[in-house]
Design a protein around this ligand. Structure first.
Ligand code: PPS
Length: 336
């Protein structure tokens, strides 16, 4: 089957499935009018069909590499880092594809790009091995990826900053026909677990637990740690992906070059990221806001802070998963 070709006899089935899905629990959406609860997670209407087509048709290979995340956790960055690491023999830094393409267009989302609109992609030509994909789908719903031996790199971010990032982003990309989401309303939805692909806690826990069960297949990273020590994270990533940096590469500054190429400062300034688009025709410039750890203090009231802390404690407290950039939580964890 070739790219842009409908999924054969699945087309009618999928339409029927989608009709059925629209009868699932439904709430106000973040980037569209509605979101729906499917297999336990919340998903914008537009993405359903892609999720179903992906689950039905995608055949993972052991050599695949999959970037996974809750939205607004560092996906754009991680896609760039992995693309640059894996392809470092193919491209010179000075004329690198990341200088002329947004990382989302180099490492496509399975459900939002490749299988969107019930298309079945042509994997034969454009995808040299290892194939690089991304997804926001929670671990239990990953279809054949779960059973394969492929490498999954998951990035998570402290929920305080993720929430603020999500709220800003959604208000920028929501259709103009929809009223903006107020901070209060968005916060309430988030704390109830009705965030995009959420509840965020289930999303994180799915990959967190799997990273302990299968450490050679699932690498769990934290945005705040990556910001603090980019070079060491690049080494960890390359090793996990079975392409460790050689001593010579280290001596020649290859790691630093990649870190710089993929840095927020570099990516935000690129013409392609100021003027281009990425999935669902959204403007790429909205992917680059502040990239700070702890920016949430500028938005959340003490009451909101307390509520979020309580949610995190209740939902993630016993998991061992902790976050930096949330001083109160860090203190709390230390006290316990
Ligand atoms: S998405 O839409 O899910 O792909 O968004 P995602 O990339 O996960 O998250 C966007 C936030 O990441 C910041 N960002 C970066 N941080 C560090 N380095 C690089 N290169 C980078 N690129 C984007 C971006 O600014 C968003 O965070 P906020 O806090 O909103 O600035």
């Amino acid at each position: 089957m070739t790219e842009n070709q409908p999924a054969g006899d699945g087309e009618t089935d999928l339409s029927n499935e989608c009709k059925e899905l629209l009868s699932l629990p439904k709430e106000r959406g973040w980037i569209s009018l509605h979101q729906h609860q499917y297999q336990g997670f919340w998903c914008p209407t537009e993405i359903f069909q892609g999720i179903i087509a992906f689950q039905k048709h995608f055949q993972a290979r052991d050599s695949d590499i999959v970037v996974a995340s809750v939205p607004k956790s560092g996906t754009t960055w991680l896609k760039a880092l992995i693309f640059a690491i894996v392809n470092r023999q193919r491209f010179e830094i000075k004329i690198h594809p990341l200088l002329t393409s947004n990382s989302h267009n180099l490492v496509p989302f399975l459900e939002v790009d490749l299988y969107r609109n019930n298309l079945v992609p042509d994997f034969s030509s454009k995808f040299p091995e290892p194939r690089l994909f991304a997804t926001h789908i929670p671990f239990p719903s990953l279809g054949t990826i779960k059973e394969s031996n492929c490498k999954i790199v998951y990035v998570c971010r402290n929920p305080f900053d993720s929430f603020v990032s999500l709220w800003h982003f959604c208000n920028k990309v929501r259709p103009q026909s929809l009223a903006p989401l107020s901070l209060d309303e968005a916060f309430d939805m988030y704390c109830q677990g009705m965030d995009v692909y959420g509840p965020f806690w289930d999303h994180m826990l799915g990959y967190w637990k799997e990273s302990f069960k299968r450490p050679n297949n699932v690498l769990f990273l934290k945005y705040e740690d990556m910001k603090k020590d980019g070079v060491n994270h690049l080494k960890t990533l390359a090793k996990f992906l079975d392409c460790p940096f050689t001593e010579e590469e280290e001596r020649n500054g290859v790691i630093e070059d990649i870190a710089k190429l993929c840095s927020f400062e570099t990516m935000k300034k690129l013409e392609i990221n100021k003027t281009g688009t990425f999935v669902l025709n959204m403007e790429s410039k909205n992917l680059f806001r502040k990239a700070e750890v702890g920016d949430w203090v500028n938005y959340l009231t003490p009451m909101m802070e307390q509520r979020m802390s309580k949610v995190i404690e209740e939902k993630l407290g016993s998991s061992g998963l902790t976050f930096k950039g949330t001083p109160e939580l860090a203190d709390h964890v230390q006290q316990n």
